[in-house]
Write a protein that binds this ligand. Structure first.
Ligand SMILES: Cc1cc2nc3c(=O)[nH]c(=O)nc-3n(C[C@H](O)[C@H](O)[C@H](O)COP(=O)(O)OP(=O)(O)OC[C@H]3O[C@@H](n4cnc5c(N)ncnc54)[C@H](O)[C@@H]3O)c2cc1C
Length: 268
């Protein structure tokens, strides 16, 4: 099957893209095309206009502040993997990028496209949830800043309106004392995850964050953890309490992913 006929526009500014999106409510944003391409060809998406955002310079920019790094939406997974942009999480972003799909997908796929699509098994969703990142959204009425946990409402469901653009992700910087672990369970290297575990322990910032990702919906933040050393013992009970108990296999791979992420952080 092939895509339905559509118009194509390549604006040079965020404002220009928003104008186009406002004029055509069924328009679709095109970033890396790694998800949208197949969706068009399968006619799961039938837009009358594609708004290609890859030539908007602002979306490829990086803004570094003393306590955060803001990464533009069209920065590719490969750019993160290669260290072409600063890593506020002291190597965690590079590690995560390296495990996304395979290199051809990583050279085209973007951070913004991954977050906007909101596939629960997407690596960036779990990673940025553990880092408590903030999504920067531009629309006809200006910009808004949304914590990533509020941005994703559920599987393939975000708070983005049809005339809004995800412009960047603001990621807090970890301190030099931070340690982390990231574990992805999938059948073959480079596939979407069946389960993701993320552990971030930063005494400098006073945070211990554990996340179970690739669930049926939003990543689960395991709350009430004060010490990483004591965390592994209570993971199963916490994930059960968070609603992961319906399927024994699902529960067991998510427990394993989080425990392995903890072990990775403790070994760092
Ligand atoms: C074979 C294969 C394997 C993959 N494996 C993994 C994996 O292991 N882990 C993983 O995390 N991902 C994986 N992916 C997904 C991939 O990494 C991309 O992140 C994903 O396809 C979306 O990014 P994109 O830039 O290609 O977006 P596009 O395909 O261009 O767009 C995706 C959706 O987001 C919307 N969109 C794009 N950018 C914006 C924006 N800035 N603002 C608002 N809406 C926007 C589009 O309109 C569209 O609806 C895989 C993809 C493929 C094809």
């Amino acid at each position: 099957m092939k895509a339905v006929a559509f118009d194509y526009a390549r604006p040079r500014t965020v404002g220009g893209a928003i104008r186009l999106l406002s004029e055509k409510p069924d328009a679709k944003i095109l970033a890396g095309g790694q998800t949208l391409g197949p969706m068009l060809n399968l006619r799961l998406a039938q837009p009358s206009l594609l708004v290609d955002i890859t030539r908007i310079a602002e979306l490829a920019e990086v803004e570094e502040a003393p306590d955060s790094v803001t990464l533009g939406a069209t920065i590719t997974h490969a750019a993160v993997e290669d260290g072409r942009v600063p890593d506020p999480a002291r190597g965690l972003l590079q590690l995560v990028a390296n495990g996304i799909a395979y290199r051809a997908v990583r050279t085209r796929g973007t951070i913004g496209g991954s977050l906007a699509h909101a596939d629960p098994s997407a690596d960036w969703l779990s990673c940025f949830t553990a880092l408590e990142a903030t999504v920067v959204i531009a629309g006809p009425f200006g910009r808004r800043y949304v914590p990533i946990m509020e941005f994703m409402r559920g599987a393939l469901d975000t708070g983005l309106e049809h005339d809004e653009l995800l412009v960047a992700i603001k990621v807090p910087k970890l301190s030099t004392r931070a340690r982390y672990g990231y574990h992805k369970i999938c059948r073959k290297t480079g596939e979407f995850a069946e389960a993701i575990g993320v552990a971030v322990d930063d005494p400098g910032l006073g945070i211990v964050r554990l996340v179970a990702g690739s669930t049926q919906g939003r990543p689960i933040v395991v709350d009430g953890i004060e010490r990483l050393e004591a965390a592994a013992d209570c993971i199963e009970a916490k994930l059960l309490a968070a609603g992961l108990g319906d399927d024994a296999y699902e529960l067991s791979i998510h427990v394993a992913a989080v425990k392995r992420a903890i072990a990775g952080a403790l070994a760092a």
